[in-house]
Design a protein around this ligand. Structure first.
Ligand code: ZN
Length: 428
């Protein structure tokens, strides 16, 4: 199957190329002046459109769509322990399948075509991914708060094998929920597996001030230093949130090549703070990516909003409007996000890479005049400008229509039915 986009503005690592982009099956086949001797199965006129690689959401909990706008304006601890955890305890595998599908609809309509997803019931997430044609990298999110440590460690090894062989659209990276929900025995075990198979490890890290203070009291180390002392990061990996890193933490990030995944909306709504990306950059941390976090703590799965905030918060924090740039944060939201989750072949539009792309309509009031489409993509655009989203050469979203193997109405109906059941059982 060859799909040809004509008259397009194509955002590549060398800047905007005007011309044609061809995909062949699941790969990008040609970028530039076009292929005179070949015939395409589908031709799409992309005049006044910008094609970019699409957002790579480097930290999310997709199935938490079921908690969107369910409990708001509460202190973090009450929100988590009184609302989120009791509701999550009612989840079934099928619930997670449908709640993930709902998230995928939102990702597609908002220009995101790959996610780094941490949640329970990984088989259901993988199935929702394959059934819709989406692309997910699953990351381990377990803890051993209520379960046997050795069982949870075995689960990591079996998940690693299972989901890396599941489908070309699904892969798995090693991870755990956070140092404060895991025993030292469990974390040592994670470190041993990472050492043995030479794997990067990802986790929530330094999201709140209280988390860091507590870890210092308990272990004598910050979370980053504590995990590093347990050989967790010897083969890289990363931190979700990473708001409160000191100089030694930053040195570890630099030396171990760790990714820092920032989640501005979630951090602002839950009053956690603002990650000082400008300071990290100055201290040599170049591997910065962006995620939405889960829709309970955000509440949208909108990488336009995250990317915008990741930029303007740095300008505000430094009181310097020249701090950072659109080009830089767009790199965090695309190339770096893809690389953080091991999707190098989806990181940018280039021949031979995965045919993962997003078409943005420039023929809209908020995108005119065409002074600088890249700047407008970061500072002016929103999901309403997304016209088409492609994953692995398949068009999954086009002009408001979804092509995900199930009617949207049926997905909504299943979601509402399951949310009603969960709420009823919580109230009864
Ligand atoms: Zn999270």
């Amino acid at each position: 199957m060859k799909i040809r986009f004509t008259n397009a503005k194509i955002l590549t690592s060398e800047g905007i190329v005007c011309g044609e982009l061809w995909t062949k099956d699941d790969k990008i086949y040609s970028i530039g002046s076009g292929l005179d001797d070949e015939t395409a199965d589908v031709t799409i006129d992309a005049a006044d459109k910008l094609i970019f690689t699409g957002f790579k959401n480097a930290h999310t909990h997709s199935a938490m769509t079921f908690l969107r706008s369910y409990a708001e304006d509460l202190p973090l601890k009450n929100w988590l322990f009184d609302k989120v955890f009791p509701a999550e305890a009612k989840l079934t595998e099928d619930d997670v399948y449908y709640f993930t599908k709902l998230a995928i609809l939102e990702y597609l309509s908002a220009g995101t075509n790959a996610c780094f997803d941490m949640y329970y019931f990984k088989e259901a997430i993988a199935k929702a991914t394959v059934d819709t044609g989406f692309r997910m990298v699953l990351v381990g999110g377990s803890n051993d708060l209520n379960e046997d440590t050795s069982v949870k460690l075995k689960e990591i090894e079996s998940d690693f094998k299972k989901f890396n062989a599941y489908s070309p659209n699904v892969s798995y990276k090693m991870g755990f929920h956070a140092e404060y929900t895991c025993s030292e025995k469990f974390l040592r075990g994670v470190g041993e597996i990472a050492e043995a198979i030479k794997l990067p490890v990802y986790t929530h890290n330094s999201e709140t001030k209280a988390e860091v203070v507590d870890c210092l009291k308990r272990t004598g180390y910050t979370p980053t230093q504590y995990l590093n002392s347990l050989s967790i990061f010897n083969y890289g990996g990363g931190a979700f949130h990473g708001i409160y890193l000191d100089h030694t933490d930053m040195k570890i990030f630099r030396e171990k090549g760790l990714y820092l995944v920032t989640n501005p909306c979630s951090n602002l709504k839950l009053s956690s703070g603002v990650a000082p990306l400008y300071r990290y950059r100055k201290n040599g941390i170049k591997r910065i990516a962006i995620g939405t976090d889960g829709p309970a703590s955000n509440n949208a799965l909108d990488m336009f909003r995250e990317t915008y905030l990741a930029l303007v918060l740095q300008k505000t924090k430094t009181e310097n409007a020249a701090e950072s740039s659109c080009e830089e944060v767009l790199k965090y939201a695309t190339v770096n996000g893809a690389k953080a989750m091991g999707l190098d072949a989806s990181s940018e539009l280039a021949v031979g890479n995965n045919a993962d792309l997003v078409v943005v309509d420039l023929n809209a009031p908020n995108m005119r005049p065409l002074n600088n489409p890249l700047n407008s993509l970061v500072l002016a655009a929103s999901p309403k400008n997304v016209e088409l989203t492609m994953v692995a050469g398949k068009i999954l979203y086009n002009k408001g229509q979804y092509f995900v193997g199930e009617d949207v109405e049926s997905i909504y109906e299943n979601v509402e039915k399951r949310v009603s059941r969960i709420k009823k059982s919580l109230n009864g």
